[in-house]
Design a protein around this ligand. Structure first.
Ligand code: ADP
Ligand code: MG
Length: 566
């Protein structure tokens, strides 16, 4: 360890539980807390003296002091909703920051040095404001967020580290209150999230609820209108649920109005009690496969993530659905943190991870408002996506737009996020207005370029064709969370990204080499080189990273092969 050693930690900031890992000696390791705990419940509270409680101590009071305890706040990241704890109001970002601070402190103890840099995971579907909120939480916790990493990508990293063969995974993530299905494709060290789907209101806690309801229907004497009793029953239901993960029969008892009530629950009865929940797990799986245009048979692995996949019922369902056993070598509630640890190692440029390149996909479409001409009528309010949902990130795309009116003096560029045809149903991110020379309708054209980074920052650049000036807008939904210096730093990153794949030196060199070889050869060989060259040129034109990688390899192989024969 050198004097200025500055480790990066990987954090899974979960709805129910959070965890922290780091990368050392060639592997990712979970960091445990002061009580040897591997998971930190994402729960914050205050005690009767007004002291803050974070994690397990707060969770223990969720039942006894519900008014002084807050859980499941991750759902409200980036919404501005506030939670009251004693005399103070907290935003979800601040509550998350308290969890992050605890994890940071645990890491500092374990690693024996200050920790100020982190990778934090987010659900793949998190939008711009939610991602910014996670970054803000990191800053509030005194952590520089080096990268936001999609949770499914993290899971794939934790599992896929060892080899770089082409593989397709389905990540089945059933947490406490959310269900996420993602399809991940690993290809020559490139990891892509091809599609994500899910149910934002389905998780392990609903299974606890199903048990609680079953308990109540089997004990008609219980009056569950009392909140305290209801909360205690929930705790007992959760205990039964955990028992059923390791044994076939779970037993629980409860004293109510000096009466002893006993329950005996088998996995079979549990399965009947939650059949509705189990069937809700199927639809997002079908949807994700459809979006990714994959068939079940093409999947190499199904990976279980989330504590609720410890339930045998869920495992059986998954096994039946995919006609194979899912992978579960890693603890499902630790996988995401472990993957974040891998990414942290990657950023720290640990040599063991040199070969893994990461790409992610856009969780939503980004575009601008356009007007359409219908005979003499001009109707505005239409959405034209420039970057589509599930496109690779980072990405830079340019599209040309023309004026619709004679002597138009300016063009308004309004940037929206969403999938609807009409902008009114999408989310307005920002807008700008640019001056144009007055000409006949259609005679003035503007190139609009959207550049989106791995950090989720969008830069919009407009250039009137024939003019030299460009107008630039950085879309930052939540200003104030980032300092000016950081924005400048990010701009530099953006500048590095803007290269068209055709202009990337390695691609340019290969194209030049192939062109030269074409000139040197004749006949069939010449034809073959031409075919592969066209394939690469087309892939470059489409800016499709995956197709580029494939075409590049094939062309390289052909050239090498012909080399040998010369
Ligand atoms: P999140 O990703 O939402 O933060 P986790 O992945 O930690 O959540 O999963 C939490 C859920 O997993 C809870 O509903 C919890 O009851 C459930 N869970 C954890 N361990 C078990 C187990 N052994 N058996 C059944 N359910 C479990
Ligand atoms: Mg999770």
């Amino acid at each position: 360890m050198t004097e200025n050693f500055s480790p990066i930690i990987g954090i899974d900031l979960g709805t129910s539980n959070s965890a922290v890992a780091w990368f050392a000696e060639g592997e990712t390791k979970l960091i445990t807390g002061a009580q040897e705990e591997r998971l930190t419940p994402s729960v914050v509270g205050i005690d009767d003296e007004g002291h803050l409680l974070v994690g397990a101590t707060a969770k223990a009071r969720l039942v006894s002091h519900p008014h002084l305890t807050v859980a499941s706040f991750k759902r409200y990241m980036g919404t501005g909703k506030t939670f009251t704890l004693g005399e103070r109001q907290f935003r979800a970002e601040e509550l998350s920051a308290l969890i992050l601070r605890k994890l940071k402190a645990d890491a500092e103890v374990a690693l024996g040095c200050a920790v100020t840099r982190a990778v934090i995971t987010v659900p793949a579907y998190f939008n711009d404001s939610q991602r910014k909120a996670v970054k803000a939480a990191g800053q509030l916790a005194g952590l520089e967020v080096e990268r936001l990493l999609n949770e499914p990508t993290a899971a794939a990293l934790a599992y896929g580290l060892a080899d770089s063969r082409e593989q397709k995974f389905l990540i089945f993530d059933l947490g406490g209150g959310t269900f996420d299905v993602s399809i991940v494709d690993m290809f020559e060290g490139v990891i892509e999230v091809r599609a994500s789907s899910g149910d934002a209101w389905l998780g392990g806690d609903d299974f606890t609820d199903a048990i609680r309801q079953w308990m109540v229907t089997h004990s008609p004497d219980l009056s569950i209108d009392e909140p305290q009793l209801s909360a205690e029953l929930t705790l007992l239901a959760e205990k039964l649920k955990y028992q059923l993960s390791t044994q076939d029969i779970a037993k629980g008892h409860f004293t109510y109005q000096s009466q002893n009530i006993c329950w005996e629950l088998t996995n079979e009865t549990f399965s009947e009690a939650c059949s509705g929940l189990l069937s809700r797990l199927k639809k997002p799986v079908v949807q994700a496969l459809q979006d990714a245009q994959f068939d079940v048979s093409q999947l190499d692995h199904v990976i279980l993530v989330g504590g609720a996949t410890r339930m045998p019922l869920v495992r059986q369902l998954v096994t039946r659905m995919f006609s194979r056993f899912p992978r579960n070598e890693l603890n499902p509630d630790e996988v995401v943190a472990l993957g974040a640890g891998v990414q942290a190692g990657l950023i720290a440029e640990d040599r063991a991870l040199d070969d893994i390149v990461l790409t992610d996909v856009m969780p939503y479409s980004l575009g601008i408002e356009v007007a359409r001409r219908d005979g003499n009528k001009i109707e505005d309010g239409y959405f034209t996506p420039l970057i589509e949902r599930n496109a690779f990130v980072p990405v830079s795309v340019v599209q040309t737009f023309s004026t619709l009116n004679d002597n138009q003096r300016k063009i308004d560029i309004s940037v929206y996020q969403g999938e609807a045809r009409r902008v009114s149903d999408n989310l307005l991110l920002d807008s700008m207005s640019i001056n144009i020379p007055p000409r006949k309708a259609g005679d003035v054209s503007v190139d609009v370029r959207f550049t989106y980074t791995l950090d989720g920052i969008l830069e919009v650049e407009c250039k009137v064709i024939g003019e030299t000036t460009t107008s630039t807008m950085i879309v930052e939904k939540a200003p104030g969370t980032l300092s000016q210096e950081e924005i400048i730093e990010r701009l530099k990153l953006l500048d590095g990204l803007k290269q068209h794949p055709r202009d990337v030196p390695a691609n340019r060199q290969l194209l030049a080499e192939a062109a030269k070889r074409y000139e040197q050869t004749l006949g069939e060989r010449r034809q073959i080189i031409d075919n592969y060259l066209v394939q690469l040129e087309q892939a470059l034109n489409h800016q499709d990273l995956r197709a580029i990688a494939m075409a590049r390899d094939e062309l390289r192989q052909v050239l090498d092969q012909f080399d040998d024969g010369m």
